[in-house]
Design a protein around this ligand. Sequence first.
Ligand code: ADP
Ligand code: MG
Length: 229
Amino acid sequence: MSLLEMKNISKVYQMGKEELYALKDVSLEVAEGEFVAIIGPSGSGKSTLMNLIGCLDVPTAGSYKLDGKDVSDLSGDQQAAIRNEKIGFIFQGFNLLPKLTALENVELPLLYRNIPADQRRRHALEALEKVGLADRSGHKPAELSGGQQQRVAIARALAGSPPILLADEPIGNLDSKSGREVTDLMHRLHQQGHTIILITHNQDQANEAQRKIAIYDGNILSDEKVIQR
Ligand SMILES: Nc1ncnc2c1ncn2[C@@H]1O[C@H](COP(=O)(O)OP(=O)(O)O)[C@@H](O)[C@H]1O
Ligand SMILES: [Mg+2]
């Protein structure tokens, strides 16, 4: 089954009198359990595509079905509810709240869903265990290394069990060793059945995915299975 189904999606920005096509007639399907990398140079439309996939923005034209539901034309509130339920976000800058502990950060998506406190705690601890950081649950982000902070952010993405993990340059701010650990963690999660969409400009990282989609100038240039060596 397709988890994500985009048909003839365009995103146009109006720049004075000029129309700028950030995405042009893009069609894309992602099935449950896939690990897809979306790669392209700066300005190619990656963030625009990520914002559409993650229901942070709506397309100018085209249709988008996420987990069977048409999300092409939602209000802001509806988008927020769908995002919380369907997408686990992983950002380049981690986006953890500095005053909260690792555990409290991981609990946040569950808090927004009004899940009772004891269940929240239990799910958040399970997610921290999955990323190997249960022993750091009481630490604030500043007391953790960059790699550990990103793993906490991955635990937060996992906590609500969303069908899709959407990562935007997740190792862009990390040294190579921490980056390797985060990439390995994402591969482990994929092996456990998670669907992962990874946005990157790093060819090596893209080549480790199952499927690689190259975008350039708002178009999909190629969409291919990656042969693992
Ligand atoms: N809010 C916006 N208003 C106007 N133009 C935008 C906006 N966001 C992105 N663009 C333009 O759309 C194109 C794609 O941008 P973006 O999706 O950010 O690319 P990438 O993430 O691959 O660097 C670029 O030409 C960019 O300048
Ligand atoms: Mg970008």
